[in-house]
Design a protein around this ligand. Structure first.
Ligand SMILES: Cc1ncc(COP(=O)(O)O)c(C=O)c1O
Length: 419
């Protein structure tokens, strides 16, 4: 969202709040329901996640994914304890992969799941660090034999390190065999799924219990705005609802509005819906899709340049706007001898790139491999910035390797390809 719009939204929401607090509250609740249903349609989420007269689903705007995970994990825990008895907390087990965001471990601590009952299933390079149903099943089977009870799987669409995508359909199918709920964490990549050519990454989401993404990551929305949808709103609202005389009001009692205080940790809430409404109305679906496609095109361009310089390698395939790359161990060995460690070399390369102050790139390590993450996410990035970044990377690699920058033809995108 542009700064002018953000300012306007802030003024508008403050003005409304001062003018009539109950009216403001009702407007906030109703607009949130409308906006969440619009977004759900845009993402082609199953109808069971939307507010409707004949279903139990719905969406809520929270601040962050960590909050979404805490709330949905608490819902799963409470539902299971109601069934098996409140003294059995120690038996509850939560599943994820070694690529799942660390927020899940924190959420488990907060809701009272033992840290040793959070299973981080190993992923490997052979599957591009996706969580596979086979490896998950092996871990679950051992837990079942030990008398433990499965309550929650967190699957990720766009992991933090490499933006890989867990296969939702087989994971949800497996989880349903064990009566385990699945939360889909699409914090970063969820926005891309408003484009038909990326929607396939959500195939299978109909088998999940909840889905969330952060609109502030990649949907032109100001911090912080996490969109969460659940299939069974009562699973969430039963453990999270609180009541007191000073909270009673006619609107809630009439059942005509959703009392969002029971969908989140805090009672007070910001008018996030107005922010998202503004984003959707001012950019339109066409504008938002064009924004995402342009970022992916620029990342693809950078990736193309990397692949044309034989000194570099792509570490994990690119799906969205993050390119994971490094100088290959072969090139390093060729110029520095076998003793030079690839991880150390790439760490030095990243430091020298960032020290210029012209660009800022980040790193991660997967399967013991240190790599550089080139991310196009900023709103104002243009093709010329990508070119500058690539020339900078090449130049720094050249001086660290002590070689010449190879003369390669410039990369040209094939407009027929979609991703
Ligand atoms: C996949 C994934 N999940 C969760 C998070 C945490 O998000 P938040 O800061 O909104 O809690 C991140 C943050 O980057 C992420 O990449």
């Amino acid at each position: 969202m542009e700064a002018r719009q953000a300012f306007l939204v802030k003024c508008l929401s403050t003005g409304l709040m001062l003018s009539d607090s109950i009216g403001y509250l009702l407007l906030q609740l109703e607009l949130e329901m409308v906006v969440m249903n619009w977004l759900s349609k845009l993402l082609q989420l199953p109808r069971s996640f939307s507010f409707s007269n004949d279903g139990d689903g719905g969406g809520v705007l929270l601040g962050t994914t960590c909050e979404a995970i805490i709330c949905t994990l608490l819902a799963a825990k409470e539902k299971m304890l109601d069934k098996i008895g409140r003294t059995n907390t120690e038996k509850l087990v939560v599943y994820c992969s070694d690529q799942t965001h660390v927020g899940l471990e924190k959420a488990a601590k907060i809701v009272g799941i033992k840290p040793e009952n959070v299973r981080k299933v190993l992923t490997t390079k052979s599957t591009n660090f996706k969580l596979t149903p086979e490896s998950l099943n092996d871990v679950i089977k051992r837990d079942v034999e030990s008398g433990l009870i499965q309550i929650y799987l967190c699957a990720t669409v766009g992991t933090t390190s490499t933006t890989t995508v867990d296969p939702l359909a087989p994971l949800c199918e497996l989880s349903s065999k064990y009566n385990m709920g699945v939360h889909v964490d699409a914090t970063y990549a969820g926005s891309a799924c408003i484009c038909p050519e990326f929607r396939h990454f959500l195939d299978g989401v109909e088998g999940a219990s909840s889905f969330s993404f952060n609109a502030h990551k990649w949907l032109l929305t100001n911090l912080a705005c996490c969109c969460l949808w659940v299939k069974d709103k009562s699973a969430l609202t039963i453990p999270l609802s609180t009541n007191s005389e000073y909270l009673t009001n006619k609107a809630t009692e009439s059942g005509q509005v959703v009392d969002y205080k029971d969908w989140q940790i805090a009672l007070t809430r910001r008018f996030q819906a107005l922010k998202l409404w503004m984003v959707l109305r001012s950019n339109g679906v066409t504008g938002l899709r064009a924004f995402i496609r342009n970022h992916v095109k620029m990342a693809k361009n950078f990736e193309g340049q990397v692949t044309m310089d034989s000194r570099f390698e792509i570490v994990v395939p690119r799906y969205f706007y993050v390119v994971c790359f490094r100088v290959s161990p072969c090139s390093i060995n060729e110029h520095h001898g076998k003793n030079y460690e690839a991880n150390e070399f790439n760490h030095k390369l990243l430091e020298s790139i960032n020290a210029t102050g012209l660009v800022y790139m980040t790193h991660s390590v997967v399967g013991g491999v240190y790599f550089i993450r080139f991310s196009v996410g900023a709103t104002l990035t243009e093709d010329r910035h990508i070119q500058l970044a690539w020339e900078l990377v090449q130049g720094k690699a050249t001086s660290l390797l002590g070689t010449q920058t190879p003369k390669t033809a410039s990369y040209s995108d094939n407009p027929k390809e979609e991703t």
